[in-house]
Design a protein around this ligand. Structure first.
Ligand SMILES: Nc1nc2c(ncn2[C@@H]2O[C@H](COP(=O)(O)OP(=O)(O)OP(=O)(O)O)[C@@H](O)[C@H]2O)c(=O)[nH]1
Ligand SMILES: [Mg+2]
Ligand SMILES: [Zn+2]
Length: 288
């Protein structure tokens, strides 16, 4: 048996890269059909000439998109088409923090946003820059492209974001040999489909990067209400100064987070989205 890494899965056929960088097209052994866990892109596996036999222990495990062992998530948000949304950004950050994956925030299609609006958005985004790397880019003006060149080395990264945000387009600019399919958003939505339909790892600047199908909706089925405060890293940092241990920053007195929202040190939208998400998770629990 040999050790390898799954880089692609289409129609039940896996591409596994061995330690000498050779690719093998394999099926998964039948036993995986009877267990909950089938192999996914990013999995380190043991295989022979015909089959994937064993999945090696995972560092993390995403359900949608189905990926394993992701070190870094590049969150692709378009400034326009579709419109930038702080709500969506905060939701993405929660999901990624919950999986202990490092997020990088990318705002793309800067060419489509009127200058004045872009200046205001960058001002608001400064709040996030205290906690995360933020990159502004455009496949049209090529702004920010240089910043990606040192981002991927020795890591497995995923491009994640709303459908039509520009994930595949950006990857095509970073490596012109990729030739990934892209589509105008109106067309993509008209077809009711994502342009990218499977996840695949590509070699990029000394690392591996997965293009993924976009999300149209983000669900929090796996996140418990009590986990949310710690996944908002900015709130977590302040929580030692809240009066109550395990403060949820909603109704408790002497809450440092609420104080900082009042002082204007935390942007309003961030706290508002936090409460929305908490409510949503509470209601979800009642339903299921
Ligand atoms: N003006 C402008 N258009 C862009 C930019 N990046 C992407 N687009 C356009 O946005 C549309 C969607 O881009 P895709 O790369 O297919 O988006 P995606 O995120 O891969 O979408 P899914 O695969 O469906 O998840 C295409 O028409 C692109 O040409 C940009 O920086 N500026
Ligand atoms: Mg795509
Ligand atoms: Zn608090």
């Amino acid at each position: 048996m040999e050790k390898g890494l799954i880089t692609k899965l289409i129609g039940g056929l896996y591409t596994v890269r061995d330690e000498d960088n050779n690719s093998h097209k394999l099926k998964a052994r039948g036993k995986f059909r009877h267990t909950k866990e089938s192999p996914k892109v990013g999995d380190r596996v043991m295989f022979d000439e015909d089959f994937i036999k064993e999945i090696l222990p995972r560092e993390n495990n995403l359900a949608r998109p189905a990926l394993a062992n992701i070190d870094q998530a590049i969150l692709i948000n378009s400034c326009k088409e579709p419109d930038f949304s702080f709500n969506l950004l905060d939701r993405f950050l929660l999901l990624i923090e919950h999986e202990s994956i490092t997020p990088v925030i990318v705002l793309t299609k800067t060419d489509l946003m009127p200058e004045e609006q872009l200046v205001r958005l960058k001002e608001e985004m400064k709040y996030y820059e205290a906690y995360y790397q933020v990159i502004y880019t455009s496949t049209v003006t090529k702004e920010g492209i240089e910043e990606f060149k040192h981002l991927f080395k020795n890591k497995i990264s995923m491009f994640a974001g709303q459908t039509g945000a520009g994930k595949s387009s950006l990857l095509n600019v970073l490596d012109t040999s990729l030739n990934l399919e892209t589509n105008a958003i109106s067309k993509a939505l008209g077809r009711g489909k994502h342009t990218t339909r499977h996840s695949e790892l590509h070699d990029l600047y000394g690392g591996l990067v997965a293009d993924t199908p976009g999300f149209s909706k983000l669900e929090f089925y796996d996140i418990k209400e009590e986990e949310v405060p710690d996944c908002f890293v900015d709130f977590f940092e302040l929580s030692s100064e809240c009066k109550y241990r395990g403060c949820t920053h909603v109704n408790e007195p002497s809450c440092k987070v609420k104080k900082e929202v009042e002082n204007g040190n935390i942007i309003q939208s961030r706290y508002y989205n936090y409460k929305l998400i908490l409510d949503e998770i509470k209601n979800q629990k009642i339903k299921y």
